[in-house]
Write a protein that binds this ligand. Sequence first.
Ligand SMILES: C[S@@+](CC[C@H](N)C(=O)[O-])C[C@H]1O[C@@H](n2cnc3c(N)ncnc32)[C@H](O)[C@@H]1O
Length: 330
Amino acid sequence: MSALKRFFTVYNCDCIYGARKYLPDGSVDLIVTDPPYGINGDRLHRHYNRNEEFVIGDYVEISKEKYAGFTDHWIRQAERVLRPGGSIYIVSGYTNLADILNALRKTSLKEVNHIIWKFRFGVFTKNKYISSHYHILFYEKPGGNRTFNPESRFGFNEKDANRNSLNNTDREDVWLINREYKPGRIKNKNELPIALLTKIIQYSSNEGDLVCDFFLGGFSTAKVAIGLNRRIVGFEISRPVFIAKSAELETIRPGSMICNLRKPNVYSQKNRGRSWSEEEYSALMDGYDQLLSDGLPRYRIIALLEEQLGRGRWGIEKALKKIGRGSSRR
Ligand SMILES: C[S@@+](CC[C@H](N)C(=O)[O-])C[C@H]1O[C@@H](n2cnc3c(N)ncnc32)[C@H](O)[C@@H]1O
């Protein structure tokens, strides 16, 4: 068993044994993990629809018969090591989804979202629909403040060209993120896309937090966590997989991915929920009339006033109505 320490501590051992031995109660802020699917090894390539030449062997599977018991055990450990308010995201295909849901029901963990991760180019089939999604079970441990950074990627007021909210779209529970194809590169059986892991880690943790992956595989969670300046702890049982992948962690500079992240346009809604003063009503009226005479459409005017007055859209709409600038005045 070996452990590499610094920003990361990764163990080449069984995750249930490793969690019991190395992780204290309530020590982890976020778990992101992708357990083995309990599909026989010789069928896996069909499931993933790709050439196996560059895939590391020795990926350790769990037999169908042992899957439910194994899942109960590791999920119980996950519950124990999470801090109150900590989050867990479990990626699962449909084959053993029921076992994972049953195991979760036996814990205190509470569902936050059941996310569908949709990708293109599923497994080709002629006589039924093409499977092109995974499930991501997002649960929390009750009893503390859950980290969720709703504007970490898109500000509440950011819109696309059709005036749809970019923030809402990004936070819908169906995610369209394509799998990464890495022709000619050594990879684990099922590496999660960087875009998917980045999204989870941005929304559900802060810099410096401890992220845990019970099944490191290609160490994708670990790489993204370090790149986003989080600490990582995790387990991988396969020796060849561990050796091939853990060395890559040394090459990742903590925080190096942060400069490539989209900068959300976030402004403070510092006055949201407060009652309106006379001065504010008068600033609202002057601002609205001025912008209207400048020829701006109403939705643009409201966006600018939100920013100027530190209030939300509905607050501005309501106040406009009150001062006789309801939605009929365009
Ligand atoms: C689906 S893969 C994880 C892929 C990973 N999320 C990535 O993006 O590369 C599951 C991994 O869990 C490992 N594994 C299987 N049983 C394990 C156990 N009991 N403890 C730790 N790792 C295990 C397998 O060898 C495999 O590498």
